[in-house]
Design a protein around this ligand. Structure first.
Ligand code: GLN
Length: 492
């Protein structure tokens, strides 16, 4: 196996431009890495090697003909929730068995226009519902740092393949933490853009008022590069906004002098694992040394963020997932006598237990007698949470926080008790409810050798700020360069 799979996207672009390697060689190294490593990790659901090589050769030929593109010939992995023309798109679910995407998501189309190629689909919690990738209908993904542990979720496959050097970078989606938290658990970089920054067209909807596509990468520079390509308004998504797309690459590289960073006292509370807290505190110190002023801020509605999120997200999911009825997409159950039975049997057989639980909960909170008590109330609390951040950003430029209260836990540890799993989302869902942006960067390890992530939160459309903080931090640390020692064993 060569070692081109260990490159960052920026390095790969340089290599390709200088003729130091071809796209075909890059893809070959990724295929070998996957063959060697993915038997244990199971990060990919699918990788069509022949097709990937054909596309790579195509990119190489295009380059010879003089075509240029910011990502020409760069292979990327994609979470199984994004439509890529001609590829299966199953969202980690049986209910989409047999569905092939007939179009590109806008984010995919924009990356493709710059020459990127999409080489594999990564595992995920079914429809994005989960925090450990154990809710995939196709079996769990394992954490490259310790295969007895979960990779986080729901974009656990994307995080694991990046951390294990089976991809240069991957796309994920973040509804309540699904890019940031698996990035933290696997020791890679993950960016959740502000709501509206990246078009959701072609991203299968979980909770439409929260979903955002984000990159999982080996460093902040790559996150900036990919965001720069994907960002911007799209007539096909009315929730995408006109807000200025800044030069994100330029934001990386400045120091932290003159920046005010807020520490939310409400995030440093009981339940935060001491080893995680220690790593975060050390990272805060480092930011201070880099010239930032650190001030305390308060986000007083943090304690009600979990119930608020799980009401809003399940309500929207119950409506969004109604389209999977055995008629329009994918799987249809056999032996139904009439149309209602088609719906009932298809959904009973096609959805997993967590998805069913959430559809039932979401239907309940929207139902006649309870709508005002739960859904409307949750929307009001959501406003309070958004205002918490607006107030905090009056006194600081960005916020530093943990991504999750713990590092990766063992497979099976939280599966019996969904509420325990939900509580792990406490530090990621507030930003999602507020629609602001957040970045997760590696900032240390627990004594057990598991990565810890530092979360940098910025105001809506303030991606440049969080990228600036993350990049300055990464340039003075090497946590993001550490790689797990992996045992070679074949792929799915
Ligand atoms: N863990 C959260 C949930 O299960 C967030 C998932 C996500 O961001 N897709 O809803």
């Amino acid at each position: 196996m060569g070692s081109l799979n260990t490159l960052t996207v920026r390095q790969a672009v340089d290599h390709l431009e200088q003729g130091a390697c071809s796209s075909e060689e890059l893809v070959r190294d990724l295929l070998s890495a996957r063959t060697a490593l993915d038997g244990t990790i199971q990060g990919y659901l699918q990788m069509d090697g022949e097709r990937a090589l054909a596309e790579a050769r195509h990119a190489d030929a295009d380059r010879k003909k003089g075509r240029r593109g910011r990502l020409l010939g760069v292979p990327l992995a994609v979470k199984d929730i994004l439509n890529v023309t001609g590829q299966a798109c199953r969202c980690g679910s049986r209910i989409l068995d047999g569905y092939t995407a007939p179009y590109d998501a806008t984010a995919i189309a924009r990356l493709r226009a710059e020459g990127a190629i999409f080489v594999g689909r990564t595992n995920m919690d079914e429809f994005g519902m989960g925090s450990s990738t154990e809710n995939s209908a196709f079996g769990p993904t394992r954490n490259p740092w310790n295969s007895a542990c979960v990779p986080g979720g729901s974009s656990g496959g994307s995080a694991a393949v990046v951390a294990a050097d089976m991809a240069l970078a991957a796309l994920g989606s973040d509804t309540g933490g699904s890019v940031r938290q698996p990035a933290a658990f696997c020791g890679c970089t993950g960016l959740k853009p502000s709501y509206g920054r990246v078009s959701r067209y072609g991203l299968v909807a979980y909770a439409s008022s929260l979903d955002q596509i984000g990159p999982l990468t080996k460093d902040v520079d790559d996150a900036a590069l990919l965001l720069g390509v994907m960002a911007g308004p799209d007539p096909r998504d009315s929730s995408s906004v006109e807000a200025l797309v800044e030069d994100y690459a330029a934001a990386c590289g400045s120091d932290l002098k003159g920046m005010k960073l807020g520490l939310p006292r409400d995030y440093f509370v009981k339940g935060l694992e001491p080893a995680v807290e220690a790593a975060i505190r050390a990272a805060i110190e480092r930011c201070r040394e880099l010239g930032a002023e650190v001030v305390e801020v308060s986000l007083p509605h943090t304690s009600v963020a979990i119930p608020t999120y799980y009401i809003v997200a399940t309500a929207e999911a119950s409506a969004n997932l109604a389209r999977f009825d055995g008629v329009r997409y994918g799987f249809r159950a056999e032996g139904a006598e009439d149309v209602l039975e088609v719906y009932a049997k298809t959904r009973a057989q096609g959805f997993g237990p967590e998805v069913k639980r959430r559809i039932i909960l979401g239907t309940y909170v929207l139902s006649g007698g309870y709508h005002d008590a739960y859904y409307v109330r949750a929307q009001k609390v959501r406003t309070l949470i958004r205002r918490d951040f607006e107030d905090a950003f009056k006194t600081c430029d960005a916020i530093l926080a943990p991504v999750a209260p713990t590092a990766a836990y063992r497979l099976g540890e939280k599966m019996a008790d969904p509420l325990q799993m939900y509580l792990g989302d406490i530090f990621t869902v507030p930003a999602s409810l507020a629609g602001i942006c957040g970045l997760s960067v590696p900032c240390g390890f627990t004594p057990a050798g598991l990565p810890v992530g530092l979360q940098v939160l910025g105001p809506a459309f303030g991606e440049s700020r969080v990228l600036r903080v993350g990049s300055a931090y990464q340039k003075s640390t090497d946590w993001h360069r550490r790689r797990p020692a992996l045992a070679a064993e074949g792929g799915r």
